[in-house]
Design a protein around this ligand. Sequence first.
Ligand code: FEO
Length: 146
Amino acid sequence: MTDTLFKWDDSFLIGIEELDLEHKLLIDDINRLHKELTGHDEKSEIEECLGDIYARMQAHFALEEHVMKEHGYKFFDEHKREHEELLGSFTECMVQFLNDTGVSSGDHIEGCLKDWVIEHIVTSDKKMSLMLQEKESFKTKLRKWI
Ligand code: FEO
């Protein structure tokens, strides 16, 4: 078993610098969690890591939703619902882990996070990014962010 669950590569890029940076930081956090789970580190360290991931996901989704709303993204409701489902399933995994430190719950958490990275970033986030980048209002705003 390796220390890294996800090796960052450019296929994860969606083309919006701020959001790409946050995705990369999240993947770093997920890899840190994987290392702690496989290294059977202290439960308190794993809990701290889970809390960091949750907080980062929440902040990231809030920023992304703000960007989508501001530019009238057509599939805002659908995308926001996915965020809510992802946070909900991650919360369930965390609760399960806190009640049982067995390997299976660690696997469950990683499975849940894998769904997010693979399914959500490379499909829904990319779709959103492509549609927003076609909008003039977005291009102007993007220049102010970076
Ligand atoms: Fe980057 Fe929609 O989460």
